[in-house]
Design a protein around this ligand. Structure first.
Ligand code: ACO
Ligand SMILES: O=CC(=O)O
Ligand code: MG
Length: 569
């Protein structure tokens, strides 16, 4: 593991030698491990396409990130996010998006997961309508994970992907019928430190998008998309100007490929608080490329804390109490449905964090019941589909949607939710109700440290305490601890008048580390990255200024510049 400072970017000393093995175009350097499989992805023409995207859009991306910082300054001074008077004409105007492509009209259950080979096959075979292959919340973006993810997706789109589990002597291959593939690249904020373009790290999402698009657009359109596609999910945007950049990226890609404008389609996750005030504007920018919006509920909760980091009057209750029935969450989902259906596109629900519990039938039934309730709430509200974290949840999700959506592929025309037109800014910002407890602080700490330890060793989504944890859920644990520490929040649910202090947090960390060691066993604890994770988690929770993203700091720890460890060098 090498710590290389901001963005893991160090002076390019060994660059020429390393790049000699990849055939790179002018101005591009590859600093990740060489492999022949990776070289088929990182060929000269594909890299040229990524470099063209980077060069064309880098200044606009930098500007968009500066606008985020500027908005943060305003919120920290007391301003609240709200609807933009300058774009009222878009919100009030009568316009619709391009028609939904027939192959993805029915998206009632979508499974998500990292771009890991076996999981891709399982997800495509799972019976879900869509598989969202994730370079984002569910993936630790190491060079190995990213590049093998590209190799895996290429094989998946070609229909040739297979996997042999040696330990179980089990062979995996695709079924006749598979889910439709959507790909989620990283957010705008994450760099790719192993690919330098004109001496700067490339933008992570342009690498993910560019390589996947370049290698797969033709096969995808004939094998999967019935002449449309490829399809994408776009994460963590805060403003429609960011959607506009994506729209231009899509147009450039379509031009390069010589395919019709509007072929590429994307669903945007509304998962930041500022973005809920920009839903019409975001779809409008992407109107020829849009297939709707999705309620990215976990990042949305994280964003609520982040946006209000300077507002001590908006402390959150325990993480487990901030669910979709809180007023602000319900309004967010309702307004998203109304917005999407008015514009003729899908309003997708989100992820219930429960996963099957194998060794306890009663607990398993209780978990399934929570998922069932969540999905019933979504379909009755008017959502057109939802997310499942695990193949074992698909029957429950499917049943809820089948029984309440009938034979129609979606509810775009049937459930307009005009009533949600009355939702106000105040509704969307209303503070969640509930209490704070020491157990909440403990759970955040235990989950945050274990998640980071997993992330450092290559796993971006893990089962912890019978729930799915990924970058978005772990962010809630981090920022909630930070917020409680910063404002010395009272743990009002315990009735003891205890306030969160550094001393209390220090004790909690020690005790929770001991508990983690007991739970995972001494051997795994010693061999794992728990100490490193603990150190980083403490730093992030106690920082005087909140880090924008957990994964930015953590990324520096997984950057591996080569030749180290490469047999070819
Ligand atoms: C906030 C958000 O952004 S949500 C979206 C991002 N998050 C995700 O996508 C999480 C996806 N889910 C997962 O990663 C996993 O389900 C976890 C980590 C939560 C649990 O994984 P595990 O503990 O390995 O599950 P488990 O052991 O029960 O798996 C049983 C089988 O199902 C498979 N499986 C589990 N989840 C998935 C999935 N999401 N996609 C495909 N296959 C899966 C496993 O590979 C395993 O297959 P096998 O029997 O052939 O070996
Ligand atoms: O990406 C989804 C989320 O809930 O965050
Ligand atoms: Mg998310």
């Amino acid at each position: 593991m090498v710590g290389l400072g901001t963005y893991g970017y160090a002076a390019p000393t060994m660059t020429k030698k390393i790049s000699a093995h990849y055939d790179v175009p002018e101005g591009v350097e590859i600093r990740g491990r060489y492999s022949e499989d990776f070289a088929k992805i990182l060929n000269r023409d594909a890299l040229q396409f990524v470099a063209d995207l980077q060069r064309e859009f880098r200044n606009r991306i930098k500007y968009a990130m500066e606008c985020r910082r500027e908005a943060k300054r305003r919120y920290n001074e007391g301003a609240l996010p709200g609807f933009d008077a300058a774009t009222r004409y878009i919100r009030e105007g009568e316009w619709t998006c391009a028609l939904v492509p027939p192959p993805v009209a029915d998206r009632r259950v979508e499974i998500t997961g990292p771009v890991e080979r076996k999981m891709i096959i399982n997800a495509l075979n799972s019976g879900a309508k869509v598989f969202m292959a994730d370079f984002e919340d569910a993936l630790s973006p190491s060079w190995e994970n990213l590049m093998s993810g590209q190799v895996n997706l290429k094989d998946a789109v070609n229909g040739t992907i297979s996997f042999h589990d040696k330990a179980r002597n089990r062979a995996y291959k695709l079924n006749e019928q598979t889910a439709k593939l959507f790909v989620r690249p990283r957010g705008w904020h994450l760099p790719e430190a192993h690919i330098l373009i004109d001496g700067e790290p490339a933008t992570g999402c342009l690498v993910d998008f560019g390589l996947y698009f370049y290698h797969n657009y033709a096969a995808f359109r004939s094998n999967q998309g019935e002449g449309f596609g490829p399809f994408f999910y776009l994460p963590k945007m805060e403003h429609s100007r960011e959607a506009k950049i994506w729209n231009c990226v899509f147009e450039k890609a379509e031009k390069m490929a010589g395919i019709e404008r509007g072929s590429i389609r994307a669903t945007v996750l509304i998962e930041t608080l500022p973005a809920v005030f920009q839903m019409d504007e975001i779809i409008y920018e992407l109107r020829d490329h849009s297939v709707g919006l999705n309620c990215g509920r976990w990042d949305y909760i994280f964003s609520y804390v982040k946006t209000f980091q300077g507002h001590p009057d908006r402390l959150l209750p325990d993480r487990v109490q901030v669910g979709m029935t809180q007023h602000f969450m319900k309004c967010y989902s309702d307004l998203l449905i109304r917005t999407c259906h008015r514009r003729g596109v899908h309003a997708m629900g989100g992820m219930a964090a429960q996963i099957p519990i194998r060794d306890d039938p009663a607990a398993n039934e209780a978990a399934l019941e929570l998922v069932r309730k969540d999905k019933l709430r979504e379909v009755r509200a008017g959502h057109d589909g939802t997310w499942a974290a695990h193949p074992g949840l698909i029957p429950t999700c499917m049943e809820a949607f089948n029984n309440n959506m009938g034979n129609a592929p979606n509810q775009i025309q049937t459930t307009k939710r005009e009533d949600a037109g009355n939702i106000t800014g105040e509704d969307l910002l209303q503070k969640p109700r509930g209490v704070r407890t020491l157990e909440g602080l403990r759970l955040n700490t235990r989950v945050g440290i274990q998640y980071l330890a997993a992330w450092f060793t290559g796993s971006g989504s893990v089962p912890l305490y019978n729930l799915m944890e990924d970058a978005a859920t772990a962010e809630i644990s981090r920022v909630q601890n930070w917020q409680w520490l910063k404002y010395e929040a009272e743990l009002d649910g315990d009735g003891l008048g205890v306030k969160v202090s550094r001393e209390l947090f220090g004790r909690v960390v020690d005790e929770e580390m001991a508990r983690i060691e007991r739970e995972v066993g001494k051997e795994k604890f010693r061999k794992g990255m728990y100490q490193e994770a603990c150190k980083m988690f403490i730093r992030q929770c106690t920082a005087s200024t909140l880090d924008d993203f957990l994964t930015l700091d953590a990324y520096n720890s997984i950057v591996m510049h080569h030749p180290k460890g490469s047999s070819r060098l």
